[in-house]
Design a binder for this molecule. Structure first.
Ligand code: FPP
Length: 305
């Protein structure tokens, strides 16, 4: 489908690293290597400005539900998948049952994103602050991530889904880190949908790790104080592995009205939608409601239009 669409102007940046040795490296280092090897560098999107440019092409694979417009779809949707525990408690079950149902909802939303032309889906699966939850729940979630990532690998390949895991992976088990490297490497050329899963992630963590990376470059004399700007910081944020690093729409389920330390830098101009449904109950109808609300917003990015 061909239509006219107003989008923020991309800022491009060159990158020259060519290191192919990805053994014994952390998922974060591996993501950097993948990013640097991405075809199209230096022409890849690193940040956006508040200005607009006309973009002529827009792809969708299937017809959208009535009322939704292809040219006004968000490119990047982020989700705080909240309410699994309450969903389970309402049924007299352990939180683990809610998390398992949450995986079902995630699969359904991924499917819809792929069908409706949403290019990036970022989900908050485990916060740096969730490590203090009961050991049994943390262990369950870690094994659930491992199980789901392993079992869905073929589907990701078959359906053109690229997977990245963002967050402090040094806290994850070596086997999970290895699996993350493998899945990121295996799916890196897929482009139908980019699923970013935030595990052991927080917005503050991301800003701190970006500051450390920039400080290291300054210490090594690679950059000067004057080189530090928004674009440089954005390059170092973990979401920069995605073509569209900042969400257009952030959905939080379960009626809570908080950002809870999710993508703090990246949500500067994101439209927020708070759904009453608990995450396991969030399905197609609720997603359409969020997208309809998004399409009715007038995004100004600080301008007077
Ligand atoms: C928040 O609900 C949800 C989580 C902490 C975990 C979400 C994880 C999944 C849905 C699994 C995703 C799996 C993969 C592989 C990405 P909560 O437990 O805080 O709910 P509550 O506020 O009702 O207690």
């Amino acid at each position: 489908m061909l239509s006219s669409l107003r989008l923020p102007i991309p800022i491009y940046c060159s990158n020259s690293s060519n290191n192919n040795n990805n053994s014994l490296i952390s998922p974060r280092q591996n993501r950097r290597l993948i990013r640097n090897q991405t075809p199209g560098f230096p022409n890849r999107l690193l940040a956006t400005t508040n200005e607009y440019v006309e973009v002529k092409e827009y792809e969708t694979t299937e017809q959208l539900p009535e009322g939704l417009q292809a040219e006004a779809m968000p490119r990047h949707v982020a989700v705080i998948m909240d309410g699994n525990g309450r969903w389970a408690k309402q049924r007299g079950l352990a939180p683990s049952a809610g998390h398992e149902e949450g995986v079902r909802s995630l699969r359904a939303i991924m499917e819809l994103c792929g069908k409706w032309g949403i290019k990036v889906l970022t989900v908050f699966a485990f916060s740096t602050d969730n490590w203090i939850r009961p050991r049994v729940e943390v262990d369950f979630l870690m094994s659930l991530f491992q199980k789901v990532l392993e079992s869905e690998m073929e589907k990701f390949k078959r359906e053109g889904i690229r997977v990245s895991i963002i967050g402090d992976s040094s806290k994850l088990s070596p086997s999970l880190q290895k699996l993350i490297n493998h899945i990121e490497e295996t799916t890196k050329n897929n482009s139908r949908l980019h699923l970013m899963v935030a595990v052991s992630y927080s917005g503050k963590y991301d800003v701190v790790q970006a500051c450390k990376a920039i400080a290291a470059q300054a210490k090594d004399g690679l950059i000067q104080l004057e080189d530090i700007n928004e674009s440089l910081i954005e390059q170092e944020l973990e979401t920069n592995c995605a073509e569209y690093p900042s969400p257009d729409l952030l959905i939080r389920t379960s009626g809570e009205l908080r950002i809870s330390n999710f993508l703090l830098w990246q949500v500067a101009y994101t439209e927020l939608f708070f759904a009453e449904a608990l995450w396991p109950d969030f399905g197609e109808a609720e997603f359409i409601e969020a997208l309809t609300s998004f399409q009715q917003r007038k995004r100004r990015f600080g301008a007077r239009t």
